[in-house]
Design a protein around this ligand. Sequence first.
Ligand SMILES: Cc1ncc(COP(=O)(O)O)c(C=O)c1O
Length: 381
Amino acid sequence: MNFIPLSIPNIGRQEWELVRECLETGWVSSVGSFVSKFEKEFAKRVGATGAVATSSGTAALHVALKMAGVEAGDEVVLPSLTFIAPANAVRYLGGWPTFIDIDEDSLQMDPSKLASFLEKDCVRVNGVLTNRHTQRRVVGVLPVHVLGHPVDLDPIFSLAGEAGLFVVQDATESLASTYKGRMIGSEGVSCFSFNGNKLITTGGGGMITFQDKKMADRARYLTTTAKDDPVEFVHNEVGFNYRLTNVQAAMGVAQLGRLDEFLSRKKAIHQSYVEGVAELETCAMVGESSWAQSAFWLNTMRLTDPNTDRKVLHKLLKDVSIETRPLWQPLHMSPAHEGSWFEDCKVSEILYKQCLNLPSSTGLTDSDLSRVVSVVKGIFS
Ligand SMILES: Cc1ncc(COP(=O)(O)O)c(C=O)c1O
């Protein structure tokens, strides 16, 4: 019985060739032509004015939040149901994540919950938007496009605009998805990740996209240790060593060239799951919202029967070498972020219990897919 993993890299001949070029020429570090090539091609692909390659998606978030002006004691509003990295990035700056609930169908930050938080839980103190429970300054919103699906952005942009808050998007899981026809990454500031399980990978890596060249230049400066004089090594600020290496960028260029191939495979995999489980009344695949064209990074199955335990399903699939993964412990429950303010996050808690991500690698064969579907069907029947 072959092992079917959740989401693994798809590496081809072009990746080998470009990485070999770096090794043979000695251009292996963060200076090299592939870094700027990857940035330019990535910016073009997502419709951004500038893109800055970083050592990880977390590093991208850290720098984007620093540039947005997060300071110690500030609050940034996040959805509770997400991977922990964006909340950690807020904490690296001494800030606090504030968790709000998600929308049940899309699994994304619920704009109506943001509206209610701003209206009921925030007050202006000397003109400064303040969480009246914690007395902390509320400075921004960090929507996270989880699992390949875009967040309903327009109401979030308008609420943030009215309240004077910045918006930094965590698009690490949703490269190539579109919102109302607009590419994720083509508006405002967005952060991407290229770790091993993402749609395209550089082993580890990230990108920040901007619509303003000056901001991109500043991010490039901050991620390159804020070096003001490269000969005398004069630094006027505390920067970061957060640049992507040329070897990683070479892989990124090759992977980006295959993005359409990966995207169409992800969509086909999703369609197979939808059709495969259509007759089952006990579960359903999470699909696209009316505003979305999803990249279906991971395929999420929701167990609609309250008597079905996703832990049991996970175990039964594991027993036959099929890897699945639940969503994340909702962050308002995370010991790592104790002390953060949170709203009622019931939907996150329910979906955390009901959802399981199914194998979604672009290299998944049709026979692997059929096996997953038939095992799932067998379990439910
Ligand atoms: C939602 C989310 N944010 C941030 C990250 C962090 O990216 P990285 O692992 O590249 O640091 C990830 C992925 O790992 C993620 O899924």
